[in-house]
Write a protein that binds this ligand. Structure first.
Ligand SMILES: NC(=O)c1ccc[n+]([C@@H]2O[C@H](COP(=O)([O-])OP(=O)(O)OC[C@H]3O[C@@H](n4cnc5c(N)ncnc54)[C@H](OP(=O)(O)O)[C@@H]3O)[C@@H](O)[C@H]2O)c1
Length: 284
């Protein structure tokens, strides 16, 4: 499929559809008019480079990021795999379709490829799942999933009628946030549900960690490339680093060419150890 992207690295959704393992985030895009033209150029370059999975949310700039993406994609919408998210307070039987219509209008499209519940909220999951499934039947969304769900919350979701159709759980996961490896990632893997790793660069804080800077310089890569190559080496994980710069996008995409060796992965395990006990799922 075109949505697999030209970069070749893909992850399977539970339906069997392949999506790019490296996508593009959009939080804070559309906030600053002075950055707008570079943001649009970066989104279009992303399509050229095969980074066709684009993540957004109604929350980002209260619609401003979706509007920017709609403008940037223009007549190239079919090249993209568009992910958006509904606020938990909109996740009701009537709220989901209304929020979806607003997102579709801002994104200038007739369908979302993946629609996520942004974080667990007060609306019963049965109702949200019912609303997602109705949108799917109507062709307004192709897949749905959740975000910021821990394993207990995923189990509650899988227990409601239709809940096992969830296509992903988008979570905070990076070298400095390995907690999900304790039970959430194995739990998702048992159901063949890929994780989507947000803030893969820890919003740049990871890039300033001396251990990662040192690792990267010794192995001839940048800290961002090391952080992304580590995530790309993990099975069934989709990463969505955000950048609004063409130069940094090219840098990030080059991480796809960096297959970390077993020795390099072992070194990263020493520098950023995997969890040894359960911890609550963190959220940014
Ligand atoms: N589901 C959720 O609750 C949730 C929460 C947070 C994020 N997200 C999604 O995940 C996406 C990614 O997470 P994030 O934006 O929080 O953080 P991130 O991707 O870890 O980091 C983004 C920051 O890193 C910078 N950056 C990108 N590439 C770089 C590079 N090669 N070198 C140096 N700096 C670089 C960006 O600046 P420039 O743009 O200037 O390059 C931006 O400031 C979001 O945009 C959003 O789509 C979802």
């Amino acid at each position: 499929m075109r949505q697999s992207g030209r970069n070749g690295r893909t992850v399977s959704l539970p339906s069997g559809e392949q999506v790019p393992a490296l996508g593009l985030g959009s939080w804070h895009m559309g906030d600053d008019p002075a950055r707008r033209s570079e943001e649009i150029a970066t989104l279009r370059l992303a399509l050229d480079l095969g980074v066709t999975l684009i993540d957004t949310a109604e929350m980002y700039g209260e619609g401003a990021a979706e509007e920017l993406i709609g403008e940037a994609l223009g007549d190239r919408r079919d090249e993209a795999f568009l992910v958006s998210k509904v606020y938990p307070h909109n996740a009701s039987r009537d709220g989901v379709p209304a929020a979806c219509e607003r997102s579709l209008r801002r994104l200038r499209t007739d369908r979302l490829d993946l629609y996520l519940l942004h974080w667990p909220g007060g609306v019963p999951l049965e109702e949200t799942v019912e609303a997602f499934e109705a949108l799917r039947r109507a062709g307004k969304i192709r897949h749905w999933g959740v975000s910021n769900f821990d394993l207990a919350e995923m189990e509650a979701l899988w227990a409601v009628p239709g809940g096992e159709a969830a296509a992903t759980d988008q979570i905070l996961y990076n070298l400095a946030r390995r907690g999900p490896e304790w039970d959430l990632l194995p739990g998702l893997a048992r159901r063949r549900v890929p994780a989507m790793a947000y803030s893969p660069l820890e919003q740049t804080r990871l890039l300033r960690k001396p251990a990662l800077m040192d690792f990267a310089s010794r192995h001839g890569m940048t800290p961002a490339q090391a952080a992304l190559a580590w995530l790309l080496a993990r099975k069934d994980v989709i990463s969505i680093p955000k950048t609004a710069s063409r130069e940094r996008l090219r840098e990030n995409v080059a991480a796809l060419e960096l297959a970390l060796s077993d020795e390099q992965l072992a070194e990263l395990d020493r520098l950023f150890p995997p969890p040894t006990r359960p911890s609550p799922l963190a959220m940014l």
